[in-house]
Write a protein that binds this ligand. Structure first.
Ligand code: NDP
Length: 480
């Protein structure tokens, strides 16, 4: 059994009460470890450590902070195999995906913000003769970073790295469902002698440990990624004390496929945007709108490709589809299949749980699923499923598909497939979402603003946006 501990003030600790929670391996459906069930007292201790370390960390010159972050990036790269195995075991995702996406991106997050603070600048304004203004950016102090289970190390470090780079100390909470790589990151910090108290990683349930971070008076900013309901709760808890909040939440992303697209590429990438990480990426497309001229051809090819994509043991390097993250989540996703049927949807392929053989016989696997025949307004097409389930919807005209794509409470991302450049620009501009990919998907440049509109998000991450979020602007007006 693996034993995960909190990492507070540079030391490994159990929760003060000694209470633990079980950690499951989704591919086998069994407990493989335990983690602390941290309480408010543990969170208070964590925040105290961060407060104590704040002044000296903030006082470091950017190049000194940068060097520390680079050391973390290097250590992640050095331990990439161990981290990828742990991520795959903890989440059920294919080991190859963890090796190619999650762990390299975690290292890239540290490298990116380590170097961006060496090149960032603040404005100065010449006002009148003899008067000018300049802007300081101060760290907020202690930042609370709360992340979900789908891309555990990738998303946690996407928050921790800019917070540290800009001179803040951090209290970070990974999801209780996937705590392992955050724990391994704690080990990395200890091994490289990272300054004590600057990074504190605490484990426990969202409604207790998470809320204690959100409501702590010495935590000045909360960076959260997770579900919209949780985001709403965090916003309401943070509002009375006017904390800064960045909320990256759910989506119901449209893929818009026009009949002049490169069909082969559109099918290939739509399979990826639908089923990568078992459909558990906030950026996965879930409503696939296909223009009528190519609808039948697209559907036939998509269904055939989905049938060829069957789940198998995530620890096998050839596996392309693994297990869902937890038993309750599998149940939720299968519940949506029943809902889709009851709403009149036809299951073109998939729809069932899969029991693999031997060690994976009780794992949380399900088939990639394609549904057809549902109206855009029905619950299946409006609520976030967050699993390997997509809904095909035919359309005739550009205006019609834009209206349907925007007819959602969410506004995170979209993909557009067309060879018509004018249309690509026009449709991109008319979509009410924060991220648009044209003829591609999940291509990321860490300098770009990342986040959603409507119920998908408040604020943006990435590049300058993240550097601004974790700092407070102060203008100084100077008469010479
Ligand atoms: P949750 O909202 O359930 O949890 C996210 C994090 O918040 C977890 O660490 C969780 O802890 C914690 N948490 C839960 N309740 C509270 C609370 N009351 N106060 C403080 N923290 C709390 O999301 P999931 O983990 O289920 O992740 C899936 C969701 O994340 C999907 O909706 C997905 O769309 C969204 N997501 C959004 C992304 C984006 O960039 N927009 C990217 C990736 C995912 P614990 O798990 O221990 O309960």
């Amino acid at each position: 059994m693996e034993r995960i501990q909190n990492y507070l003030g540079g030391e490994f600790k159990d929760s003060m009460t000694g209470d633990f929670m079980e950690v499951y391996e989704p591919a086998v459906g069994l407990v493989y470890g335990s983690m602390p069930r941290s309480t408010q007292d543990d969170v208070h201790f964590a925040v105290d450590q961060a407060v104590k370390a704040s002044d000296s960390w903030a006082a470091l010159a950017p190049d000194a902070r940068s060097k520390w972050l680079i050391r973390i990036a290097e250590a992640i790269e050095h331990n990439a195999d161990q981290l990828a195995k742990a991520e795959s075991k903890d989440t059920g995702k294919p080991i190859t995906l963890a090796k190619q996406l999650d762990i390299p991106r975690a290292a890239a997050n540290f490298r990116f913000f380590a170097t961006s603070i060496l090149h960032s600048h603040t404005p100065a304004h010449h006002t009148n003769a003899g008067i000018f203004n300049y802007t300081n950016r101060h760290p907020v102090g202690v930042a609370g970073c709360i992340s979900p289970w789908n891309l555990p190390l990738y998303l946690l470090t996407w928050k921790i790295a800019p917070a540290l780079a800009t001179g803040n100390c951090v209290v970070a909470k990974p999801s209780e469902i996937t705590p392992m790589t955050a724990y391994l990151l704690s080990g990395i910090c200890e091994r490289i002698n990272f300054p004590k108290g600057v990074i504190n990683i605490i484990h426990g349930p969202g409604p207790t440990t998470g809320e204690a971070i959100v409501t702590h008076p010495d935590v000045s900013a909360i960076s959260f990624t997770g579900g919209t309901q949780t985001g709403r709760r965090i916003a309401s808890l943070a509002a009375p004390s006017f904390k800064k909040v960045s909320l990256e939440m759910g989506g119901k992303n449209p893929n818009i496929i026009f009949d002049d697209c490169n069909l082969e590429a559109a099918i290939d990438i739509t399979i990826k945007s639908s089923f990568t990480n078992q459909g558990q990426i906030c950026l996965c497309g879930s409503r696939v709108f296909v223009q009528k001229g190519i609808y039948k051809k697209f559907r036939t090819a998509l269904v055939e490709s989905a049938r060829n994509l069957q789940p198998s043991d995530p620890s096998d390097p050839n596996t392309k589809m693994g297990a869902l993250s937890s038993k309750p989540h599998l149940k939720k996703v299968l519940g949506y299949i029943e809902l889709a049927k009851s709403e009149g949807g036809k299951i073109l392929t998939g729809g069932n749980r899969v029991h693999l053989k031997e060690r994976c016989k009780d794992g949380y696997f399900m088939q990639p699923t394609i549904v057809e025949g549902l109206d855009n307004r029905c619950r299946t097409n409006q609520e976030e499923i967050f699993g390997p389930v997509i809904s095909l919807i035919p359309f005739s005209e550009e205006e019609e598909v834009v209206a349907m794509a925007n007819d959602s409470g969410y506004g995170l991302s979209a993909t557009i497939w067309t060879e018509n450049l004018s249309r690509a620009h026009r449709v991109s501009k008319s979509l009410k979402c924060g991220v648009v990919w044209v003829n591609c998907w999940l291509v990321r440049d860490l300098r770009t603003p990342f986040g959603g509109m409507k119920q998908s998000g408040v604020g943006r991450e990435g590049g300058e946006e993240a550097l601004r979020f974790f700092t407070e602007a102060q203008n100084v007006c100077l008469k010479i």
